[in-house]
Design a protein around this ligand. Structure first.
Ligand code: HEM
Length: 130
C-alpha cells in the first residue's frame, strides 16, 4: 500500500464519518434540509476518493504519482470549498454562489485529472495483461 492510497483512503474515511454523523443527526432531528450536503459528502468525499485510492493502489508502479497527488489536492480542496458552501446555500445564503462555483470547478478538475491518470495507466499497462 502506497502513501498515496493511504492519503486517499484516509481523507475518504474522514468524509464518511462526517457524512454518517450528519445522516444520524438528520434522522434523529427529522430536519432533512441539508440532505443534499450529506449525500454529496458521502458520494464526492467517501465514495469518489475511496475509489480513486483503490485505483491508484491497484495501478501500483504504473500510477503517475505527481499527477495523482494533484488529483488528491484538487479534489479535496474542491470538496472543502463546495460542501460547506452548499450547506449555506441551502440555508438561504445565495451570496456564496461565486465562491462555490470555484469549488465546483475544482471538483470537476479533480475528476478530469483522474481521467487523465487512468489513460496514462492504460497506456503503460502491458498489452498482454487481461
Ligand atoms: C450512518 C449512515 C447514514 C445515515 C444515518 C443516513 C441517513 C440519511 C437521511 C436521514 C437522509 C434523508 C432522507 C430524506 O430526506 O428523505 C439521507 C439521504 C441520502 N443519503 Fe444517507 N445516510 C447514511 C449514509 C449514507 C451513505 C454512506 C451514502 C452514500 C455513499 C448516503 C447517500 C444518501 C443520498 C444519496 C441521500 C439522498 C439525498 C437527497 O435526496 O437530497 N447516505 N441519508
Amino acid at each position: 500500500m502506497t502513501r498515496l492510497s493511504v492519503a486517499f483512503f484516509g481523507s475518504a474515511v474522514a468524509y464518511a464519518l462526517i457524512g454518517m454523523v450528519m445522516g444520524v443527526w438528520m434522522g434523529a432531528s427529522g430536519d432533512h434540509t441539508l440532505s443534499p450536503v450529506h449525500a454529496h459528502i458521502n458520494l464526492l468525499g467517501w465514495a469518489s476518493l475511496a475509489l480513486m485510492g483503490a485505483f491508484y493502489g491497484l495501478a501500483g508502479d504504473l500510477a503517475p504519482r505527481r499527477l495523482a497527488w494533484v488529483n488528491f489536492f484538487v479534489s479535496n480542496v474542491g470538496n472543502l470549498i463546495s460542501l460547506p458552501l452548499l450547506a449555506l446555500l441551502l440555508l438561504g445564503d445565495r451570496s456564496v454562489l461565486p465562491v462555490m462555483a470555484v469549488g465546483e470547478a475544482l471538483m470537476v478538475a479533480g475528476m478530469g485529472v483522474f481521467a487523465v491518470a487512468i489513460v496514462i495507466v492504460a497506456r503503460k499497462a502491458p498489452s498482454t495483461a487481461l
